[in-house]
Design a binder for this molecule. Sequence first.
Ligand code: ATP
Length: 373
Amino acid sequence: MDGSVRLEELVMRFGDFTAIERTSLTIESGEFFSFLGPSGCGKTTLLNLISGFLTPSEGQVFIGGEPMAGVPVNRRPTAMIFQNLALFPLMSVFDNIEFGLEVRGVDRKTRRATAEHLLALVALEGVGERRVTELSGGQRQRVAIARALAVEPRVLLLDEPLSALDLKLRQHMRSELKAIQRKTGITFIYITHDQGEALTMSDRVAVMSAGRIQQVADPMTLYRRPATGFVAAFVGENNRIEAKVIERLGERVRLDAGALGELEGHVGKEAGLGGGALVSLYVRPEQLRPVSAGASGPTLAGRVEAVHFEGAALMVQVGLDGSGERLRVQLGSEVSRTFADGLAPGVSLTLGYDPAETVVLPRDDGSLVDAAT
Ligand code: ATP
């Protein structure tokens, strides 16, 4: 059996409330796949449907091509790592890792050999005799991974396993998790509300909002070509400018942005971008750069309102002329060194951008849910 997971026409209702809208999706065997979305969007529910803790209201889950209807949690080729890890604190690391094998009647010698192999895999050799309470947060995390891998799952389900760790350790564990996934070739299905985690580790990410998958894509595509307003606002930072389509020229769209003048952007969706359509133009803060007033290409004129030093970059808030709109502009160290003296509040600034690095989406695509909720 391979480690592919297929969701077919899956629906999950709790009473009158639909937690998962009709969803079909295939996760490839050996893929690092993340579900990313704000709290309450249905990530845990989806994971529970795959693991078998929940039974779908409609549709089916297939693992390795086999239907999972009626297959209980402990008979599925999955293992789960929870947010709180659910380790046995007073037991030794060995006993924690061997627990699932003991339940399955594996003999002691084989159990220990497996545990030692897995401790090496998660770079924890030599701690097998210690109690879990004697380990650091990062070490516990690795024990939880080793324990989950001990039962040789085809699919490992991870429910925000890094959220309890401090920032440095979290970042370190991202690369560790990714490396373990590569080494084992097991399908990892990871759920998180942290876009940094999803983007750095995943082969593909499904962005979810209110029980619905908004977009499934590799991290770079999600970032550069968000398919809905929700994704544009939720993944990374984005400036949004309201406009009306003047005309479409292949992949380019010419826009009338009222007092901001004529702008240009890249087609983000095939439908809904005809002449006269109301749209939003999304421009990332790092795509905007100061240019001279007469520069060719689309420009935005405004006044610096605030400048924040953020270490590797300067974040400049610009109030646009003729409208109440504000843009956030991120200047890398090279640009900010050149312009630093001219960036005090009150200074006029003309900003340019490459239309190819923007996205134009219909304003009424039904997915302009406030990403902050
Ligand atoms: P979080 O990141 O906060 O864990 P989530 O994206 O994992 O959120 P879910 O736990 O899957 O979200 O919940 C999705 C929605 O379904 C929520 O509105 C939640 O209140 C609802 N829900 C989940 N489980 C149940 C249940 N057993 N009965 C009723 N409603 C439920």
